[in-house]
Design a protein around this ligand. Structure first.
Ligand code: 4NP
Length: 147
C-alpha cells in the first residue's frame, strides 16, 4: 500500500487489509514515495478513524518504498495516479511495472480514481478515505480467496 507520506492513506490501507486478511497467509505492508515523514507514526487522524473500527495502526512507522519492494510483493497498490507514476518510474523491469495498480480500480475498474489526500483537510476526509479503502480491501480479499 503506497501513498505520498505513508502517514495518512497507506497506513490505514495496511491496517484495514491486515484486519481482513487474518485468515490468509499473506504479507502486507505500506510505504510512501516521499521521504518527509520517515520514522514517524501515522497521522493522529488516521489512528483515530482506524480506532473507530477497532483497528490499531499506532505502531506503524513511515518508510519510503524501495526497489526491493518490487521483488518482495506480488502487488503494489498506489493510492493515486501521482503515486502510481512515481512508483512506475523506479523500475525498468516490465514484470515489476505490471505489479503496480491504482487501488480504487479494484472497485471502479479502469477509472484511476484517487483516494483523496486528506492531509490538509478536516477529519471528514479521513472517514471518506476509510470508506473507500474498506470497499477496495473487500475486493482485494475476494480476489485472493479465489486464487
Ligand atoms: P499521505 O498524506 O500521502 O496519505 O500520507 C500526506 C502526508 C503528508 C504530506 C502530504 C500527504 N505532506 O505534504 O507532508
Amino acid at each position: 500500500m503506497v501513498c505520498l507520506g505513508n502517514i495518512c492513506r497507506s497506513p490505514l490501507a495496511e491496517g484495514i487489509l491486515k484486519n481482513k486478511a487474518k485468515h490468509l497467509n499473506i504479507k502486507i505492508d505500506s510505504a510512501g514515495t516521499a521521504s518527509y515523514h520517515i520514522g514517524n507514526p501515522p497521522d493522529y487522524r488516521s489512528i483515530k478513524i482506524a480506532e473507530k473500527y477497532r483497528i490499531d495502526i499506532s505502531n506503524q512507522s513511515a518508510r519510503k518504498i524501495t526497489k526491493e519492494d518490487f521483488e518482495i510483493f506480488d502487488v503494489i497498490y498506489a493510492m493515486d495516479l501521482n503515486n502510481y507514476n512515481d512508483i512506475i518510474k523506479m523500475t525498468n523491469n516490465p514484470i515489476h511495472k505490471e505489479k503496480v495498480k491504482v487501488i480504487l480500480n479494484e472497485i471502479y475498474p479502469e477509472m484511476n480514481h484517487p483516494v483523496p489526500d486528506p492531509y490538509y483537510g478536516g477529519e471528514n476526509g479521513f472517514q471518506d478515505v476509510y470508506n473507500l479503502l474498506d470497499k477496495a480491501c473487500n475486493k482485494i480479499i475476494e480476489k485472493i480467496e479465489k486464487r
